[in-house]
Design a protein around this ligand. Sequence first.
Ligand code: NAD
Length: 434
Amino acid sequence: MTTVTPPSQAIIRPEKDTFLEEENPFESMMSRFDYAAQRLSLDPGLYKVLRSPEKQIIVSVPFLRDSGEVDVYTGYRVLYNTSRGPAKGGIRFDLNVTLDEVKALAAWMTWKCAVVNIPFGGSKGGVVCDPASLSNAELERITRRYTSAIIETLGPDSDVPAPDVNTNERMMAWIMDTYSMHKRHTVTAVVTGKPVEMGGSLGRREATGRGCMIVTREALRRLRMPVEGTRVVVQGFGNVGSIGAQLMEEQGMSVVAVSDKSGAVYNPKGLRIREVIQHVRQHRFLSEYKEAEHLTNEQMLTLDCDVLVPAAMENVITSHNAGQIKARIICEGANGPTTAGADKILDQNGVFVIPDILANAGGVTVSYFEWVQDRGGYFWDEDTVNQRLERIMVQSFEEVAGMAGRHGINLRIGAYMQAIERVAAVHRLRGMYA
Ligand code: NAD
């Protein structure tokens, strides 16, 4: 989640070499899927079914500019697989959104929900736009028109969106309101990540970062490394990165560097994360933070540290820079930050990668809790949410590590195998309507 910039504020563009394009995200996801499916000896019919998205929707989103002109943007919604339950997946507003990216993200949601064993399928959506160049009123009109364009797929029993890059609680409130107006009654469970006042869950905002902290702590335990003093580097200082960094610091880890699209700040003795968060609240970007050395995102990724948390975007760890990574553990807060080419190099170098579909599953887990609370009309206190999240994350980490150990593979393929096995089992039980 992120806040929306008024058009008057300057946009800071990412450094040019931050992302080295290496792979189409869908192909990247599929290469891991294929390998895991082969290890599971998945039968050929199911293999074909699980390689194909169930539904791909492309819509035009006409909207009125504040100037009175009409503009038309493109929106996508992909439902990848709904065999285990309603589709679940965020909506992203970004200029880089493509159908291939949305397909990959929808597939990842399917595997992610299965890894943590919650009864959802996977979906994702996006609108190709630059939110920083739009006013709040324009964003509201785009959000509502996009919602109405995909309304047939939406619903608590069919497809439940959530925030993702450049979308936030406020937009989820607009989606909920638009959907409810069409249905002629209030339907809170149609989206998650809503404001708490209107059916959101306590603990949802912190859930993805909290999940990252929990699996990192479990990985340290497994590798017999101390938590206290562990040096952490976090790329991306939005919802996932800033909260993950803060919770890791609270556990006794030392967060030595963090970054956003304006660049990185580094202090080998450890940053004071609360202060950095305060700075970003006031100044929006890290570029003017005075209490640390400034580096590029690319330099930051290869710093000497114990844990690296990529929590910004896809394809940041590639075959070009994987060999220089010094971290012992990578905790993938972002979706798809590591390319398949990079995985090979990290494996050879003994880097312990906690894959995205496990590491950042805390968010969808508490989204599931939110959906359950909305449907039951009974709301839990924050301790209950956090305890239940902790239990699911620890158990899922153990299950994935167990799968990886039994098959002599890394955690990523272990997580895919765990997920594919669960989705395939439901397909077998349901039988083929063909
Ligand atoms: P966000 O918009 O709140 O924050 C993104 C952060 O990344 C910002 O600090 C931004 O400045 C930084 N960033 C953007 N481009 C960058 C670049 N080129 N180089 C370095 N930093 C850059 O987004 P978020 O919700 O924190 O999501 C981050 C990632 O985590 C995404 O991949 C998202 O899909 C994934 N994720 C988010 C959640 C969630 O609950 N928010 C759940 C699961 C996965």
